[in-house]
Design a protein around this ligand. Sequence first.
Ligand SMILES: CC/C=C\C/C=C/C(=O)SCCNC(=O)CCNC(=O)[C@H](O)C(C)(C)COP(=O)(O)OP(=O)(O)OC[C@H]1O[C@@H](n2cnc3c(N)ncnc32)[C@H](O)[C@@H]1OP(=O)(O)O
Length: 719
Amino acid sequence: MAQLTRVSGSVGLITLQSPPVNALSAAVRQGIVDTVQRALSDPEVKSVVVCGQNGIFCGGADIKEFGTNMSGPPLVPLIHAIEVAHKPVVAAIEGIALGGGLELALGCHYRIAHSKAKLGLPEVTLGLLPAAGGSQRLPRLIGVPAALDLITTGRHITAAEALKLGVVDQVTAHSTVDVAVKFALSVAGKPLDGRRISSLPCPRPPNMDALFEGVMKKVRQSARGAIAPIACVQAIRAAATLPYDQGMERELELMASLFTSDQARALQYIFFAQRAVARWSMPSGARWDTSKPRPVHKAAVIGLGTMGRGIAVALAQTGLSVVAVETQEKQLMAAKQEMSGMLERGAKRRGVAPAFDKIRYSPDIKAVADVDLVIEAVFEDMALKEKVFQQLSALCKPGTLLCTNTSGLDVDHLASQTRSPELVVGMHFFAPAHVMKLLEVVYGSKSSPQALATAMQLGKKMGKVSVAVGNCRGFVGNRMLKPYSEQAFFLLEEGATPELVDGALEDFGFPMGLFRMSDLSGLDVGWRVRKVDGLGKSSGASGQQARIRQGRRYSPLGDVLCEQGRFGQKTGRGWYQYDKPGGRVGRPDPWLHSFLEEYRAQHGLVARRIDHQEVLERCLYTLINEGFRILEDGIAAGPEEIDIIYVFGYGWPRHRGGPMFYASMVGLEKVLARLEFYQEAHPDVPYLQPCNLLKRLVASGSPPVHKWREVVKKLHSQL
Ligand SMILES: CC/C=C\C/C=C/C(=O)SCCNC(=O)CCNC(=O)[C@H](O)C(C)(C)COP(=O)(O)OP(=O)(O)OC[C@H]1O[C@@H](n2cnc3c(N)ncnc32)[C@H](O)[C@@H]1OP(=O)(O)O
């Protein structure tokens, strides 16, 4: 909806009214059409101001309408009607002007923004392009290079940057509507010729062809298969080379190919999934909206290895006082030095002062006595963590929340080491912790709703995408990774190379294939865990029996490599070879290829041709199958939790919407059929056994992904 009122005698003030972000729903679009028409035909109105209610200009097109039968007036003619108006129209931008909201403002003759406003064309992040004239008007207004940057990244800019670029005409720290009304009075009756952006020529950059070629190459590389950024470049090229009307035709044509694409559906699903996971619930029925978090002013981090350093820096950057505890003096000094650098770089990036004084370093765990929350980040060793939790329980003041950054150990067991198990939760950060967006918040069987609410709220404050999950080995992310990496090892045994497996996964859209990733994080990390689990020793024996451990097929390939001291990048050798220890660029290693051949010969394995399809099906479908098991076990409340974890923490390509969404796009029948096919070929691999929930969903006609949460809820209520 939109309301027209007359202010200051002759200014028609149009206010968009659609909480929470004044999105351009059918009703709002109709409201704009009606109010603009009334304002323009009212002889008492000499100029017009457009604003949004509650200090928010407009969040853009109503994303909830996409994928439905869209009704109501379309945006393009609506914005055109404003631009060709004979009375000046001023956009008063408070809060946000995003997507269609900014495109609406670009149709106005003047734009005045509040100093705290954010502007942008983020359509590309939803698999779209600014197709309400944005791709044609913005380059005309601010030039091709700046428009390429804003439209292909979708980044939000501050009012100050918008002013510098020329997106807005004025920035004010006062009431934007008052300033805009005053300005509208001053321009009433003045000519508008130079103010209609569509009639301006698009500035032609020098070496235009080379510029577009270079940008397209860069965009293709970073898009990793996403189609919207490429369409954005094509649309801007149309703006630079064609008259406005033809450019608009091209914009429409490109948008038509994006609008109904699977990628747009996936990206829009992720947009809503990210918001849905904030509305967490526990199996007990406790929920986000009924559980009150405790205030956290002071926190402690125990253990200043890579993870602890990142967590402490992230906490300090949030404004919390942090006690950073490291009992080994040498490690403490090294941490202090590195963390100062991290704080300095972070502050420079964000244009603020470094938060050095927020962190107090201590070699003594007793320094935790007065903190509200502790995050334990010591070495991934249960005995060590047990001891730390016993100490924390004795030293902390009553009510202190005790969190563990374990990446998969039993949170209930750690809670059992304390006097107040209800105050123990997992806060699983991802490396580097001050950069990575994901936080898995793990509730144990005794964790209180308040403890979970506190950790979730702290995660949000730290700018993390926080996902609440139940307690099991590996939680959600690492538990699903196990079948995925197991399949990759089996594929090597059967004839693949690391390059083939990684190539298939990178073509799919992962930034790094599994073996490249393993080289980066260190092969010894998984080896250590396998040894604790009673695996991880290459027996030296040959034949099939040597590859059966604990009653199931096992590949000792990674163990053999570790025994040879090949730990990945840090040793200069792993699944790939590097120029030197610490080298970053991996090259195929002839040694490894011969080693694989010898290994196969030793174990009586005959190499066969493996293609990308098999790699993807075996790696991804087993991972998805484990995702269904996680839903079945009640570890994740819905597919959205799993998908957000994979997109934000594991490099799953966002335009494919996360593994569970991807399964729904592939078709559950197909996923089930292929798992059955592979299971028949590999009966000794339990992860290939399709799980009951998957079978149940297929039997009930494969409902769409947004219905799975309900199916799972029903399943658990029947148990
Ligand atoms: C036919 C197409 C023609 C032309 C092309 C135009 C295309 C577009 O305009 S696409 C939309 C472009 N706009 C955006 O991408 C903005 C998306 N929104 C956001 O980035 C953020 O929500 C925000 C910055 C606007 C606000 O952030 P925050 O304050 O953190 O709140 P939330 O994100 O939790 O959002 C609150 C609430 O609002 C819903 N919402 C936000 N934007 C939209 C929208 N454009 N359409 C519909 N709904 C929107 C959001 O989902 C939240 O509600 P729920 O919690 O119920 O999900």
